[in-house]
Design a protein. Structure first.
Length: 132
């Protein structure tokens, strides 16, 4: 069972949304494999490559986590179920798909700025893009 997983669900620095796609994938894999022998302890190795330095350090235990311990617990549960999870960090600029997505989203923002919209729309849009 192999499936590439792409994040891109967050427009801001929201830690839960940084790891949500990986949680979803492992959860789906677990239910797909439930009852099959492959899911015995140490049999499932997962490599997660993320552009989130926080996710890589915090989730791999290489950084002290003051908040969001519930997220660590979820992945610890998967490890108890036989998953070996390895977190890897790659900077956003080195990932071709991320660079393309960044360019396309910048173009989309430029096009949107040219649209005549009520000021309330722009105020709301600006506020939402900077919330955490």
């Amino acid at each position: 069972y192999h499936e590439p997983v792409f994040g891109a669900v967050s427009h801001g620095p929201i830690n839960w949304l940084e790891i949500l796609p990986y949680w979803h994938f492992i959860r789906q894999h677990y239910y797909y494999m439930e009852g099959k022998d492959q899911c015995q302890k140490g049999k499932v190795i997962v490599h997660i490559v993320t552009d989130s330095q926080w996710a890589s350090l915090a989730m791999s235990g290489r950084a002290r986590v003051k908040y969001h311990r519930d997220m660590l617990a979820i992945f610890a549960m998967f490890q108890d179920w036989g998953y070996q999870i390895h977190w890897h960090h790659m900077s956003r600029e080195t990932i071709l798909l991320q660079s393309l997505a960044d360019r396309l989203s910048a173009q989309a923002r430029e096009y949107m700025m040219a649209v005549e919209a009520p000021q309330e729309f722009w105020d709301m849009s600006h506020r939402d893009s900077h919330s955490t």
